[in-house]
Design a protein around this ligand. Sequence first.
Ligand SMILES: [Ca+2]
Ligand SMILES: [Ca+2]
Length: 500
Amino acid sequence: MKLHLLISLSLLATSSLFAKQPKPNILMISVDDLNDWVGVYRGHPQCKTPNIDALAQKSMVFRNTSCPGPVCGSSRSALLSGFMPATTGIYGNANNMLDSQIVQTHATMPEYFSKHGYLTISSGKIFHKHTTKNGFDHGHWAYDVWHNAKGGGRVDEGKFFSRNKGIINGKKIDNPKYTSASGSPFEFGPTKGGKEETKDYKTAKWFERKLKEDYEEPFFMSAGISRPHLPFVVPQEYFDMYDLDSVVVPEYKMNDLEDIVDAKGKKKFKPHVDFLWCQEYGVHKEAVRAYMASITYADECVGVILDSLAQSKYADNTIVVLWGDHGWHLGEKMKFRKASLWRESTQLPFIVHLPGMSEQQDCDRNVNLIDLYPTLIDLCDLPAKKLDGKSIKPLLENPELRWHPTITTQGKRNHSVISEKWHYITYGDNVEELYDLENDPMEWTNLANIRSEKVTAAKKRLRTFLPKDNADEIPKGSKNKTVKTLDVSIKPNRSLADLK
Ligand SMILES: [Ca+2]
Ligand SMILES: [Ca+2]
């Protein structure tokens, strides 16, 4: 009897040992400020992204993905910490996630994978960058291997556009209405040199080398591509792919903002300064072409990394995830850039390839970048962890599964709740918006103040998804106490063993 038990136990141990599959590797590619103009998303009829489209052809394409927050800092901090802005108080680009109490006690996504046996490797923009008293905080502290991405490319001054500096096609045209307006530089134009000297291309080549190396542990590689983020400055060859005269400009209505008003009837929004500048100088097409050129350049860099993976021994056991951190307006709702709760800002491309997938599948459910951390834990069979998102592994198995709406937060008490049918927006000052996405995908007609049972019912249901608590914003980084020189030897006082 005793011997029998012993044999059974040893058989059990042996079989479970053999049953244990090696953990899949992860290749996560982030493309900064990439909106739905990616070919497969059909957000623009002309934008060329052959490499991302090729990835899509063997992946799950999530067609309705929201960002946790509609700027780099809040979106990335939520994705990487696993906690929403209303939980952490990280609402904007000036909030460093390390100042949030919950982040101080919980492992970020790469740290959690490192803690559980993965080798984490990163280069390019993954974490939002901050200046600190000790130099730049790149989020380098979260990785086992981190490479500082560098590169440039001198702009061709004769073909340069800058709203802030008052430059149109290389010519100085000062207009204080635009040059004195606030906002980071709105600039675009080609570089004089080729792609070989640019940062993202160099980053891609660095990953090409990394994918040729041998690893004892499974790896989690995070590649951050910085374009199409402003300035839209990329080599001339990408501008040449788009004929300026035939560039299609997004649709907008000049009276679009008039139906978003407070209780006194006062309009909440004005046309954006970049939009007005493009109108006044007739350069909307130039801006759209520069954004598309930047996307096509970013796509080529993504292609270098994906081709390297395909040619490597890791091709068949690596999960590939590609995401943009939020959307981007190019004139829709008389706005440029991000940082709004409208659909153009909150929606982004999100593509997941699992080993063995060989065909494109589409999922229309409302998912969120906050779901990525728990999803990767689930897919790699790491110990479960309580986070704000929810694993979308069930949707990767069955994209038709019933799901639920999701939210985006921009500053304390300002939220967007989106379902496949409706988009509800509520601001701390009680202004509301409601759009019928099926009949009004451009979000032109605000229904929030219309008296109708349908509207009342939609608002009531969507409001149930709002967070119950809204954390106070954590302190903003103080500019006069900061150092901008790189010092990656400085790391926060974090020990993986102590992090939850
Ligand atoms: Ca961004
Ligand atoms: Ca409107």
